[in-house]
Design a protein around this ligand. Structure first.
Ligand SMILES: [Zn+2]
Length: 431
């Protein structure tokens, strides 16, 4: 796959004199979902791009031809520090990508629009556009300051990404935010024969959600101290919960980003990529509109008693994450305040105010004893950042019902009002 990219790019390489004007804004066609849900060529304006051929700008920098190997048995990995780990993992850093375009006149406006000349150019420029849309969502809805997105992440496009303990062959069919490298990876597709993941704007918003969580809830640490410290212990409830909220909130914001797109709010945003293929069950498993999801006694027990390897190996972080995302979805929709809730969730990631500490501050508080970092702790951080009392109560009721967080842990000043009594959708797992 990688070779195809390079060959195509070289073969269609533009002569320097004809290189398109790179100054933002640049009008370009991308593959985007229309109002009927189909992916169609759509003229858009890239507002953050500085190099439209190399696909580089203030929200990301695409690199092709990289080789990244994670081998837990590599002794160099054990000795690596935050400053040297990239050198250990990145075996080949790759090179700037080179998208090819044909200039066309927009039928409606008569303006010049760059039309990608081959599949990878479509895929790459749409990847960049989707990062730009996700960044816009977190700036406007999430109220994240521009400085908090820095440093500019690399997006490794179709890298050879090898997880040595899983397989000698490069991984496929995934999009990843990898905090260790402060980078995204968009892997080649193999079994996904519908919309490639980077074309699915919600998938890219999910990954961008992990970047924002890293920047704020992990204070931009490449090796998040709380997660890596807690992951070394067994059981590792704090690490299990951090992974679960990171995944769940990434899905919740991915959904939020769809509400700002032409195709509209889509709680089943994985469908266009996964349906009809080997991952089709995932669409239903992560469908945020299902109101009947409940924390089970087994999942609750596993959360507090498993080590991170067993927890993640069973995909449990996605199960708890989806419960969290669904609870937020239901509360936001029922009160008609979805964007308000999305903003409050982002505000809960990092807050130095002692009365309403953020998730990062709470991980630091309990760094020496992860058993204190129960699910009620990050849930309380979210609740304390919701100023509207009706919305807050709705979230409290959802958390008590669907996540089975004990009511007494959520009631208090800046937290749930005494009138929050939970709900009756889910069976009480403590009886
Ligand atoms: Zn994820």
């Amino acid at each position: 796959m990688l070779r195809t990219v390079i060959t195509a790019a070289v073969g269609l390489g533009l002569a320097a004199g004809c290189a398109p004007d790179s100054e933002a804004p640049v009008k370009v066609s991308v593959l985007s979902r229309s109002s009927n849900g189909q992916y169609v060529p759509t003229p858009v304006e890239l507002t953050t791009i500085t190099d439209v051929v190399g696909l580089k700008g203030t929200v990301g920098d695409l690199q092709g031809g990289a080789r990244i190997v994670i081998d837990v048995n590599d002794p160099a990995l054990g000795n690596a520090t935050e400053d040297t780990i990239a050198d250990v993992l990145v075996k080949k850093s790759g090179h700037d990508v080179k998208a090819s375009y044909i200039t066309q006149k927009d039928e409606k406006t008569g303006e010049d629009v760059l039309w990608p000349a081959d599949f990878h150019s479509w895929n790459m420029v749409t990847s960049y556009y989707n990062l730009e849309r996700a960044n816009e969502y977190f700036r406007t809805v999430g109220n994240v300051k521009t400085a908090d997105f820095e440093p500019v992440p690399t997006l490794y496009y179709f890298p050879e990404f090898i997880l040595a303990q899983t397989s000698k062959d490069p991984a496929r069919d995934n999009a990843i935010f990898y905090p260790v490298l402060q980078s995204f990876m968009v892997l080649p597709f193999d079994q996904i024969q519908r919309a490639p993941l980077p074309l699915n704007a919600a998938v890219m918003a999910h990954e961008y959600g992990h970047l924002v969580f890293n920047r704020l809830a992990y204070a931009t640490q490449s090796l998040p101290v709380a997660l890596s410290t807690w992951a070394q212990e067994s059981p590792s409830p704090g690490a299990n919960i951090l992974k679960a909220i990171d995944e769940g909130l990434a899905d919740y914001h991915a959904y939020g980003a769809t509400c700002r797109s032409t195709s509209g709010c889509d709680p089943r945003f994985l469908a266009t990529s996964f349906d009809g293929g080997p991952f089709s069950a995932v669409t239903d498993e992560r469908d945020l509109s299902r109101g009947d999801r409940c924390m089970t006694a087994l999942l609750y027990t596993n959360m507090y008693n498993q080590d991170l390897g067993s927890w993640s190996g069973a995909g449990n972080e996605y199960k708890v994450g989806t419960l969290l995302a669904t609870a937020l979805y239901q509360a936001g929709r029922s009160s008609g305040q979805e964007a308000v809730l999305q903003r409050a969730v982002v505000a809960s990631y990092y807050d130095t105010n002692g009365a309403t500490p953020g998730i990062f501050q709470l991980t630091q508080l309990f760094l020496g004893d992860q058993s204190q970092f129960s699910l009620a702790v990050p849930a309380s951080a979210i609740i304390s950042h919701i100023s509207d009392l009706e919305l807050r109560k709705a979230v409290c009721n959802e958390f008590m019902d669907h996540l089975q967080i004990p009511r007494e842990l959520l009631i208090g000043p800046n937290l749930c009002p005494a009138s929050a009594a939970g709900g009756s959708t889910c069976p009480n797992i403590f009886q």
